[in-house]
Design a binder for this molecule. Structure first.
Ligand SMILES: *[C@@H]1O[C@H](CO)[C@@H](O)[C@H](O)[C@H]1NC(C)=O
Ligand SMILES: *[C@@H]1O[C@H](CO)[C@@H](O)[C@H](O)[C@H]1NC(C)=O
Ligand SMILES: *[C@@H]1O[C@H](CO)[C@@H](O)[C@H](O)[C@H]1NC(C)=O
Ligand SMILES: *[C@@H]1O[C@H](CO)[C@@H](O)[C@H](O)[C@H]1NC(C)=O
Ligand SMILES: *[C@@H]1O[C@H](CO)[C@@H](O)[C@H](O)[C@H]1NC(C)=O
Ligand SMILES: *[C@@H]1O[C@H](CO)[C@@H](O)[C@H](O)[C@H]1NC(C)=O
Ligand SMILES: *[C@@H]1O[C@H](CO)[C@@H](O)[C@H](O)[C@H]1NC(C)=O
Length: 388
């Protein structure tokens, strides 16, 4: 899987340089198709609300446990019936001294949740959680979160001598489903590449697995910090720092109560969401969050014709450019991307200078993006006992 993704992955920088030289393809996304997509979102939301209410009614007579579990993914319910716990401590007092050793210790095709409790410290490890190891929880101490650090970049040579590319630069890469991280600091300390030089992409965390949740985590990097590659993802109370395109990918993700902190020197973009086709699924939604930091930033730029990003109830500091959004040098994308804002505040949220193709959403339009239902959360978001 990784090898396939590796060969098909094109870095944002590559796109930036070369896309403007490609002939433009006419897009078929018209205003009526846009409306269709929007109403799909609203109907999907309504349907889920009805299902959830029905389930609640049906289950009101049952015990609390079965009430919760009936809506939930059965594989997940089963995995959480027998949680395995191990500890990692570099001082030798835990079950393992490295995170990698802990992950290697449990069987492939694991069907139980494994909570890997990581004691405070700096872990210089490059971690890949393969598809065959689902249900992993990395749990740190909220008062002293462990740091998992690395400094690979897209241009660093891998074991086979060829450049890692953005995909394999990640300090921590997760290909497995049902991943949880709480109170962990993910880091890529590679210095920012000089402007005009390629290969500086340096991912702190790549999440390619489905149904992943992050609580109280922080992500530190410069270019391409958080690769929200694909799948349903939920980020709560997280801190994400970077410069160019520091949250990017094809995921369908909800970011709630997060800080997006720019360390850009000049002009950069907070997100590069990669909606590449008419599939209705992918998009990033940020709610009750903050956009702060240095430089000047776009909220998003269109890495793909169908890039989709929504900000709601979010404080935007003065670093947000009045235009708000960027078409990545592809004017045709202006009519196919979906960039929405709802009830944001702060100097950067002033809509006066916004590009005309940005959408100021109504409550009805914004609603489907503003809750955990956006990522089908009722089916899989962790119960408290799988986090602590
Ligand atoms: C069931 O849930 C309710 C409300 O959350 C709680 O007050 C009650 O104690 C729970 N009962 C059991 C048996 O866990
Ligand atoms: C981890 O360490 C604890 C305490 O020493 C021990 O009880 C437990 O069996 C160990 N677990 C594993 C999987 O080694
Ligand atoms: C894991 O599951 C896959 C698919 O279900 C199967 O092909 C593979 O043989 C399994 N591996 C092990 C080690 O059980
Ligand atoms: C990356 O980190 C390693 C280990 O600390 C160090 O030896 C190396 O010089 C660093 N590379 C860069 C480009 O900073
Ligand atoms: C997140 O951090 C807060 C304190 O800031 C703590 O109360 C909470 O338990 C943490 N959440 C998890 C899942 O550890
Ligand atoms: C849309 O693109 C994604 C990611 O490249 C791909 O996985 C998916 O199959 C595509 N869907 C359609 C309908 O082409
Ligand atoms: C928004 O920006 C415009 C143009 O810069 C300015 O005239 C207006 O006062 C601003 N509105 C608010 C509420 O700050």
């Amino acid at each position: 899987m990784a090898a396939k993704a590796r060969s098909t992955y094109i870095s944002p920088l590559f796109l930036l340089i070369f896309l403007s030289t490609l002939p433009s393809q006419p897009l078929s996304w018209t205003e009526s198709e846009y409306q269709k997509w929007l109403s799909w979102n609203m109907e999907h939301h309504e349907k889920m609300k009805i299902t959830t209410t029905l389930e609640a009614k049906l289950n009101s007579k049952r015990s609390n446990a079965s009430r919760i579990s009936s809506a939930r993914d059965p594989k997940l319910v089963k995995a959480e019936e027998g949680i395995v716990r191990v500890t990692v401590n570099p001082d030798g007092s835990g079950n393992f001294t490295t995170i990698k050793a802990a992950l290697d210790s449990f069987p492939r095709n694991n069907s139980r949740r494994v909570v890997v409790e990581i004691k405070p410290g700096i872990y210089r490890e490059k971690i890949l959680i393969p598809q065959t190891k689902p249900f992993v929880t990395l749990l740190g101490d909220p008062n002293n979160p462990p740091t998992i650090t690395g400094n690979d970049t897209a241009s660093v040579a891998g074991d086979d001598g060829t450049p890692l590319k953005t995909f394999h630069s990640a300090t921590v890469a997760v290909n497995a489903d049902y991943f949880i991280a709480a109170n962990i600091r993910f880091e890529n300390t590679a210095p920012e590449a000089a402007i005009g030089t390629g290969g500086g992409q340096a991912v702190a965390l790549r999440i390619s697995g489905d149904k992943a949740a992050f609580y109280n985590c922080s992500f530190y990097g410069t270019q391409d910090t958080l690769y929200d590659h694909k799948g349903l993802h939920y980020f709560n109370n997280c801190f994400i720092q970077g410069s160019v395109d520091f949250i990017f990918g094809y995921g369908r993700s909800l970011y709630e109560g997060c800080v997006l902190n720019s360390v850009a020197n000049k002009v950069a973009s907070v997100t590069a969401q990669k909606g590449t086709n008419g599939s209705l699924w992918s998009g990033f939604s940020f709610t009750k969050s903050r956009v702060t930091g240095s430089g000047r930033v776009y909220l998003g730029r269109a890495w793909g014709d169908f890039s989709r990003v929504v900000f709601s109830y979010t404080f935007m500091d003065a670093l947000v450019l009045p235009q708000g959004w960027n078409d990545w040098g592809q004017p045709l994308r202006q009519s196919s991307v979906f960039y929405g804002e709802y009830k944001c505040s702060g100097p950067g949220a002033n809509s006066t200078g916004r590009v005309p193709w940005a959408r100021l959403l109504s409550y009805k339009e914004a609603k489907p993006f503003m809750g955990t239902y956006y990522v089908d959360g009722n089916k899989w978001l962790p119960l408290p006992q799988s986090v602590v």
